[in-house]
Write a protein that binds this ligand. Structure first.
Ligand code: SOE
Length: 376
């Protein structure tokens, strides 16, 4: 097997999901490449060392520029807050490194465009970690839609509900809480949660034409960890939007971090002329399917347990009936990335494909401000 030397930037939640994927992938997938955990980079040397020891990284760096300069690194994996994606990705591409970037691609479309230009000019493999596409049930939904089983699509509905920022005592900034700081995150639930829903929607249902949105910031001021002062909150705590897709269907999206009782409830439903599908992250190994062409006496919603070997990705795992979970979506993304570089084919979503999500996010946020319809 050929080694692919990974340099990971950032050791938070996503640093863990990606490291787990690199460590596991060759146990389950037959691939030409094997990720080698060469270096992890973070500002705090002690924490980087602890992370490196736990996950098996050979070395640490405390400056991402030093990591990028290293000749023993093939691919840079960006797991930092969003405001660092652009600079790191462009520098990595210019140094000839492959780039894997955590979602969302960028703070906005303008930044994302520069990132696309950089990886395309350098001709380096690139991908954005929109992991939910690779949950087998979601991949199966894609297969059923592409086979035409749903027929003409009328409606696309998605929600991503959480409840972890309701307390006004939470500061903005700091570990994980950078998601509450507009300067680090770019936006709130739109870029963090709806971006997932939008990416899946563009993949399953095609491009969006226009959007109109409603956003709200429920807690207007929070202490900032950098200044220690109470400062205005610049992120959207909740966002709902309607859209028109290129295929004529109508979309309805909602996301919030103020839905008490919901931790990470990502649900989607698609209604077509012949059939509908429904998926729920809290029950991620199942795909609900209703087909109007069924015999009327037994017609109803089927709950398909997505564990059989002929279903997407499942032949690599256990035996039929035994399900997999959240972390496997990242393993699938690494497997597809490694297969892509072996074959010399792009791995979806590329930066250019993920830029489409960025364009929708920008239009949604603009509409949240002026309450008008915006073209994407
Ligand atoms: C936020 O809580 C978060 O961790 C997102 O940043 C992830 O992208 C999402 O998958 C789960 O929720």
């Amino acid at each position: 097997m050929k080694p692919l030397n990974i340099g990971l930037v950032g050791y938070g939640f996503m640093g863990r999901t990606h490291s787990n994927a690199y460590a596991s992938v060759n146990h389950f997938f037959d691939l030409e490449y094997r990720p080698v955990l060469k270096a992890v980079c973070g500002r705090d040397a002690a924490q980087a060392k602890t992370f490196a020891d736990r996950w098996g990284y050979e070395s640490i760096e405390t400056d991402w520029r030093a990591l990028i300069k290293r000749s023993d690194i093939d691919a840079i994996d960006i797991c930092t807050p969003n405001n660092l994606h652009k600079e790191i990705a462009i520098a990595a591409a210019e140094a000839g490194k492959m780039v894997l970037c955590e979602k969302p691609l960028s703070m906005d479309t303008a930044e994302g465009e520069l990132m696309c230009e950089a990886v395309e000019k350098a001709g380096v493999a690139n991908t954005v970690w929109y992991n939910y596409r690779r949950v087998p049930a979601v991949s199966l939904a894609k297969q059923l839609i592409d086979e035409g089983r749903l027929g003409r699509i009328f409606h696309y509905r998605a929600q991503f509900l959480q409840d972890w920022t309701i307390s006004a005592d939470l500061p903005q900034g700091g570990t994980a809480l950078w998601r509450l700081d507009a300067a680090a995150a770019g936006s709130g639930v739109t870029g963090d949660l709806l971006a997932h829903c939008i990416d899946t929607a563009l993949w399953l249902n095609g491009g969006m034409q226009s959007v109109t949105a409603m956003t709200e910031t429920f807690v207007k001021e929070r202490t900032h960890t950098l200044t220690g002062k109470v400062e205005k909150v610049g992120i959207d705590d909740a966002c709902a939007f309607m859209c028109r897709f290129d295929n004529g269907s109508l979309g309805l999206f909602e996301s919030t971090r103020y839905a008490r009782g919901h931790k990470a409830l990502y649900t989607l439903e698609i209604n077509g002329e012949h059939a509908s599908i429904r998926w729920d992250l809290h029950d991620l190994h199942r795909l609900e399917y209703f087909d109007h062409r069924d015999d009327s006496l037994v017609r109803g919603w089927r709950s398909v347990h997505v564990t059989d070997g002929d279903m997407p990705y499942m032949k690599h795992w256990w035996v039929p009936g035994l399900q997999i979970g959240y972390e496997h979506s990242f393993i699938h993304q690494v497997a597809d990335f490694l297969a892509g570089i072996a074959a010399g084919t792009p791995v979806s979503p590329t930066f250019r494909e993920a830029l489409e999500t960025q364009k929708v996010c920008d239009a949604v946020l603009a509409s949240g401000k002026d309450r008008a319809w915006h073209e994407v």
